[in-house]
Write a protein that binds this ligand. Structure first.
Ligand code: FEO
Length: 401
């Protein structure tokens, strides 16, 4: 049975959600599921904006057939050619023999690579700034490459001022009836997953997101319809500001998160003491994470949120404890910048993690490492406790500044 919602009188949400998938991209845990959004415009011509993942094709097709009410589908606009949005193209081509697929040159190259579909005579290739009239509605295409793949474009519907934004402004999380951001408590219930989605999926492409934001800055936008998560129809500036901060790699909050790896509890003990010292100095909302038991995507999201970070890890095989090394590697891959950092190393006979963590962080732009780097030899003693206290004072002072 169909399950749709109206975006406006003539534009309909025909997507769906998957609460069964454990790992998005077979990488990222999504305990709250994920939504695949698709939007159908009814006018003199009918146009669908993107399709959905194969996991919900059956629901998707029911939604489209119901909404069309017996009319043919004239156009399918492919804003993004990643398979979580494209897996149903062939199904639609078979059901609607006159369907024209709208994309750019890169879109069609990727369709060819993924699906080997018979596209002859069934494509409309658009360029930057091209328009497609549907009747009362007009679609305008603007290219936003690498947000998050090279072919990505956004589609702006001129008459109703709606931006179909592809992956941008999306979030992990299945939709539960409430589709619009003002129907749910976004900041409380969705922001952590929106941040985790941005940081891990789009985080590397900050400059490209900045270019897209610049392009959109002069456009009168009433609604933002992303491919994942809620549709934005209020407080657009609030969420645009989050995207601006994240994509400039500026911290969202003046706050501290402490990340530790610990084999026998001694490094963890040092971090707990440091956190307590910070709290005693008046620092609030301190976040502490065990890098071995917290998924790296969650850690990365917190790194995008916080201005101050502490990394504490044992030396392992002359290197950095693997779970911590993995986090630092991911930070580099995702282009993290502009943070103030404290370091704690442990090493029972040849401590080396501190130097190596500093070197890895030194490859990132704008990272300031506070003094002192604290060295534990197995467990805290009076000397290392004094150094830890000094680091706590440096952190608290920097957080106050
Ligand atoms: Fe939701 Fe880049 O795909």
């Amino acid at each position: 049975m169909y399950c749709t919602r109206n975006i406006t009188e003539s534009i309909h949400w025909v997507g769906g959600s998957d609460r069964r998938l454990a790992l998005f991209e077979n990488l990222f845990p999504i305990p709250r599921g994920v939504a695949y959004n698709s939007y159908l415009i009814l006018d003199e011509k009918t146009a669908l904006i993107d399709t959905v993942d194969s996991s919900i094709t059956r629901q998707f097709v029911e939604n489209i057939l119901h909404t069309l009410g017996g009319r043919p589908l004239d156009y399918l606009v492919v804003n993004h050619m990643e398979p979580d949005h494209c897996a149903s193209i062939e199904e639609l081509m078979l059901r609607f023999p006159n369907l024209q697929i709208v994309g750019n040159a890169k879109t069609f190259a990727l369709i060819g690579q993924f699906y080997h579909l018979p596209l002859e005579g069934r494509t409309v290739t658009v360029k930057e700034g091209d328009t497609l009239p549907l009747g009362r509605h007009t679609l305008c295409f603007t290219f936003t490459p690498m947000v998050h793949w090279p072919e990505v474009m956004m589609t702006y519907e001129r008459s109703e001022k709606i931006l179909f934004s592809a992956d941008a402004f999306g979030s992990f999380g299945a939709l539960g009836g409430n589709l619009f951001n003002d129907e749910l408590h976004f900041e409380r219930d969705w922001l952590p997953d929106a941040r985790r989605y941005f940081a891990n999926i789009v985080g590397k492409y900050g400059p490209q997101v900045q270019a897209a934001l610049k392009k959109l800055s002069g456009v009168d936008i009433r609604l933002i319809c992303p491919l994942h998560g809620p549709v934005w129809r209020s407080d657009l500036a609030w969420f645009l500001n989050k995207y601006d901060l994240w994509s400039r790699y500026e911290p969202e909050e003046r706050a501290v998160a402490l990340f530790y790896g610990s084999m026998y509890g001694d490094t963890e003990n040092a971090v707990n003491i440091l956190a307590g010292q910070l709290a005693q100095a008046g620092v609030q909302d301190i976040a502490v994470y065990d890098v071995s038991s917290t998924h790296v995507s969650q850690l990365i999201a917190e790194i995008f949120r916080c201005s101050h970070l502490v990394f504490a890890a044992p030396t392992y095989n002359n290197g950095v404890y693997p779970a911590m090394a993995n986090l630092l590697h991911d930070m580099k891959a995702l282009n993290v910048q502009n943070r103030t950092v404290g370091l704690v190393e442990n090493g029972s006979w040849a401590p080396a993690a501190g130097k190596q963590m500093a070197a890895m962080l030194g490859e990132l732009k704008g990272m300031q490492i506070l003094e002192p780097v604290v060295t534990l030899k197995s467990a805290l003693d009076e000397q290392s406790l004094a150094a830890l206290t000094q680091l706590g004072e440096s952190l608290a002072e920097s957080l106050r500044a």
